[in-house]
Design a protein around this ligand. Structure first.
Ligand SMILES: NC(=O)c1ccc[n+]([C@@H]2O[C@H](COP(=O)([O-])OP(=O)(O)OC[C@H]3O[C@@H](n4cnc5c(N)ncnc54)[C@H](OP(=O)(O)O)[C@@H]3O)[C@@H](O)[C@H]2O)c1
Length: 288
């Protein structure tokens, strides 16, 4: 039976990026819809549920995407609410690449240092990618500092993660100003920079001064770099004693995880793939 991926995108036009990945993941048919909202999605989900026999539903799956991650989360929830009983299809949420990017960054970091007990700092930790990276690091047992220019936003993100993971070891850190940034960086072994595109979060001088730093990952591909002195193409490149990755260096792993996550949708009709599940797929892919 032919596999069908139904791409539900919250942007007016469905993402070509996600469409290319779907094709490269080997889906037979791709149905793409833009401008999706929780109010308009139910008939499309029912169309996926009621067409094939229950035993054949694993050949149909849903992908939720779009540039607005909060809108994607609401759509993802509405899709799941539309299912009932065994009548469901698998669904993957990866709005703005948030889950696959965070999973790739944390998995790559874990290839160079033991994450359990590691001191980690996520700069730009309040955005969708940063929050997911912080959550995944905490799930691996790291002590995670969640950075924001605003103490209240860092604290709110820590609270949001703790609602999912009460045992998470998290510390909100305010990174505006020299004193705050110095304190946030003191003694860290890992930095993941997940700040907005084109925003420098840490100077090269300050990064080089962190004697404990083992791994530095910058997810921002738009100049200037989030971690100054790290090139977007850096891929496990050693700089001043630390292993460094730039956004393009992470991108290959992110793409592999994205393709594998799409493929895994068709293994059963009840997969619900978001942050942790996508990470687990990446673990298998990288042989962890
Ligand atoms: N490599 C890949 O495959 C890939 C895929 C997806 C995304 N990305 C990149 O990953 C990064 C994170 O994505 P995202 O969607 O989570 O980012 P985002 O929501 O746009 O921004 C993340 C955080 O950056 C901080 N920020 C915003 N403007 C800033 C400024 N001018 N100076 C300093 N900090 C600022 C904000 O935190 P506070 O206001 O709390 O300080 C914000 O919550 C982006 O650079 C994105 O382009 C890469």
């Amino acid at each position: 039976m032919r596999t069908i991926l139904i791409q539900l995108d919250t942007d007016p036009l469905a993402s070509t990026f996600d469409r290319v990945v779907a094709v490269d993941a080997g889906v037979d048919e791709l149905f793409s819809y833009g401008g999706m909202t929780p109010e308009t999605v139910v008939p499309l989900v029912h169309g996926a549920m009621f067409t094939r026999a229950p035993g054949e539903l694993k050949h149909t799956a849903i992908f939720v995407g779009g540039s607005d991650v909060a809108a994607g989360e609401a759509l993802f929830e509405a899709v799941q609410q539309a299912f009932f009983g065994p009548l469901r299809v698998s669904v993957l949420m990866d709005s703005n690449g948030s889950n696959t990017t965070a999973a790739a960054a944390v998995l790559l970091a874990g290839g160079h240092l033991a994450l359990a007990g590691a001191e980690a700092l996520v700069l730009g930790g309040t955005g969708p990618v940063g929050q997911r990276a912080a959550e995944l690091l905490a799930r691996q047992g790291a002590n995670v500092r969640v950075g924001s220019r605003f103490a209240t936003r860092a604290a709110a993100t820590c609270e949001a993660i703790r609602r999912e993971l009460p045992e998470a070891r998290l510390q909100p850190v305010a990174t505006a100003g020299d004193a705050g940034l110095n304190a946030a960086c003191r003694g860290v072994q890992l930095i993941i920079a997940a700040g907005a595109a084109g925003a420098e979060l840490l100077s090269a001088e300050r990064r080089r001064a962190i004697a404990t730093l083992q791994v530095a990952i910058d997810l921002n591909a738009v100049p200037p770099a989030g971690l100054a002195g790290i090139e977007p193409t850096d891929k496990a490149r050693e700089r001043e004693g630390a292993i460094c990755y730039g956004a393009i260096g992470v991108g290959g792993t992110k793409m592999k995880i994205h393709r594998a996550a799409v493929q895994s949708l068709f293994e059963a009709n009840d997969r619900v793939l978001e942050t942790e599940a996508v990470y687990r797929i990446g673990e298998v892919l990288l042989g962890r």
